[in-house]
Write a protein of this length. Sequence first.
Lengths: 200, 151
Amino acid sequence: MSLSSSAHKLKRLATTASEESAVAPPITLSERSSIGLALLRILVGYLWFQQLFWKLPPTFAGLYGYVVRESQHAILPGYGALLQHTFLAGCPSLSSPVGCTAFVPLAACVWTAELLVAISLLFGLFTRFGALLATILAVQLYVGLAYTEWIWTYGMLVLLALVLVAVPAGRRLGIDLWLAPRLQAAGQHHRLARIASWLV
Amino acid sequence: MHTLRRGLLAGVLASLVLAMFDFVTDGAPGNGFPSVLRWFGITVADPTISRLSGLLLLIVLGGLVGLIFGAIQRGKPIATGRALLTGLALGVLWWLLFEVVLANITNHASSPFSLSFGRFLSSFPLAVLFGVLIGAISIQWQGQHGSRQPS
């Protein structure tokens, strides 16, 4: 082996090492981390589940006070007016939803969305869909109520939901464990299954 | 034998998840545990002992349901879908037996099957979750140790 060829080899090795360090190594979650995230998912699901009970149908009365507060303290210009012309349209009083024309159907939509989030996260069923829905609901709460309480209260709710969008937390201790491989296999032939596989 | 032990541990862990919920509820932690005692008509005057014995009974009942889950497998490896479905069915049975029939009998309700929407909503999803967790935990262990253990 000549001196020049060994120097060339050394240079090539150094180049390969620097190329490797430039690319971030892939991260694989351990089983323990996955189980930990699954427990986090279940607890966040329970958080949403508990919030169903103070605004139960058929009146959803518990929600009314919060919608009124959102209409008064929203951080986005125009959001308060939007609430006043939808949820609070025709409401004669700020203390009771009696007489409001659109409050009950719209509150039913909110309650159903929260129920879907709770079921999705508790059972790990289409978890990323549930987490996306939770993100939207939490952002809405942030926009409406952030300045009426500790500002991070709803901010943390948004961040928690975003974590569950990013990580497939339903594939451990959840029904997505069964669903994910089937949807991925079916997704090679059907577009709908491929889209559904993004949501588990 | 391995499936029985796996079922037992899965049941205990699933009941611990249910118990965990009682510690993230508004008000004093563990307030829900005495209701487990009341399913069997037991009331304990001391609140601390009542909570602790309720928690213990919940874990024992979870272990028993887990044993039933293990016995259903008859020592054979179980597919993911079947494990989740069996767990779900056991969760529904848990709900029907404890949360509906026994709770109504001990509360002297007009019918053993009487149920309000609020009670259904607060009890059914959690009972089903308990069952699904037994199936999911069991599958998790089967995946990790299945190759090493004879069925």
